[in-house]
Design a protein around this ligand. Sequence first.
Ligand code: NAP
Ligand code: MG
Length: 453
Amino acid sequence: MISVIEPATGEEMAQVHRAGTEDVDKAVAAAKAAFPAWRAVAPAERANLMHAMADALSNRASDLAETEARNAGKPISDAEGEIGMVVECFRYYAGAPERLLGKTIPVAGGVDMTFREPLGVVGLIVPWNFPLVIASWKVAPALAAGNTVVLKPAELTPLTALEMEKILLEAGLPEGVFNVVAGPGSVCGQRLVEHPDVAKVAFTGSTEIGRGIAEAAASTIKRVTLELGGKSANLVFADADVSAAAAAAPFAVFANAGQDCCARSRILVEAPVMDDFLSELEKTVRGMVVGDPLDRATQMGPLISSDHRESVAGFIEDESKIAFQGDCPDGPGFWFPPTVLAPMSNDDMASRDEIFGPVVCVIPFGDEEEAVRLANDTVYGLSGSIWTTNGAKALRVARGIDTGVLSINSNSSVRVSTPFGGFKQSGVGRELGPDALEHYTEVKNVFYSTEVG
Ligand code: NAP
Ligand code: MG
């Protein structure tokens, strides 16, 4: 059995069956058997079913949010927002089955046309930081495009995925179309990646595991999309609204206790406004409410596990670099205070590695050219923010940064209708928006001769 732990207390909150390779094989066989009938469902009917699944998830939103808040240790208001996005994601992709358009292409001697065909069985592997919402970014477009699915949640946070399996079946999804296997990544994830009947793997997680997945998928030439780590930059120029930037910056990195691939964990500040920025930042960080995830006033919860807390603490090599910290409860639970390291160099270990915890490095820069160079001086390229009141500069810098998702005078990274994904070692492919559908379909080209008959 898997003993599911509540990070705010360190206590067990549930036990679930620990799946093994035989469960993966059974799930893949069920998904394979369900595929011919599922791909043949009429587009309008599949769209209706997507809406029915959205309704069913929406009806269960408050208990799904509570489970997620307890199991992932995230503030209840954040968990509610995430479950809201799960529902929105199913509704958005309900528009897809009737809009998977092909092309006609002018050629000699006949008619040439393209179709977007589903891939077959797709394997989806997701992490513990945003368990159900990241699953929905994959499940909804995969089903809408006519694929059948095997989902492997993280072993630390399997509860909402298992619940979703029941909810979708009750909403009318045929048996075998959507299957959840909750078990260790090195066993169940690995088997999914190697399974010859799985056409594609969509993975969200660390760059290290993603690299192994790309290698293992090569033997069966599986399609692979990867959403991996990040070390994103938040650029604050001297002409920015510095108070607004400083008030927003903590939530761009300490939200979800920093366990966010989009975390803006490097704040690059133009030297003349460094002191003003830090003093404004300090007010916000010291005022952050860190505590019980189920308390509505809470802004930040605990880390996911005791091991993870140790790993986060290990990144603070030099305590004299701590400019200031917020408060957090003492144990039990895996607490870590919001921590600001300043001034830092972009070459320090804490500025280079993805810490995945509530630790931010504040790094000064001299001019626009240096800001872009430092922002790009990382193996990652997932998100980022630019704070300036000069529109031309904002767009120049945005075009100069090698990253998949940027916001100007804002922290926002994710909307269901816009593409999300990384440059460089932050990944391959895009989720959300229309772009995701390209990764759940193959293009088929058909030529019909008009010269015969
Ligand atoms: P992880 O250790 O890479 O695990 C992610 C998933 O992969 C889990 O379900 C895990 O299973 C499974 N897994 C582990 N070993 C595997 C293997 N050999 N084969 C197949 N699957 C395997 O990542 P994490 O620690 O859960 O999450 C943190 C990382 O995710 C961070 O690096 C973060 O940046 C990244 N992330 C990226 C995005 C994005 O969209 N770019 C979003 C969120 C998180 P078990 O844990 O059950 O063993
Ligand atoms: Mg892990």
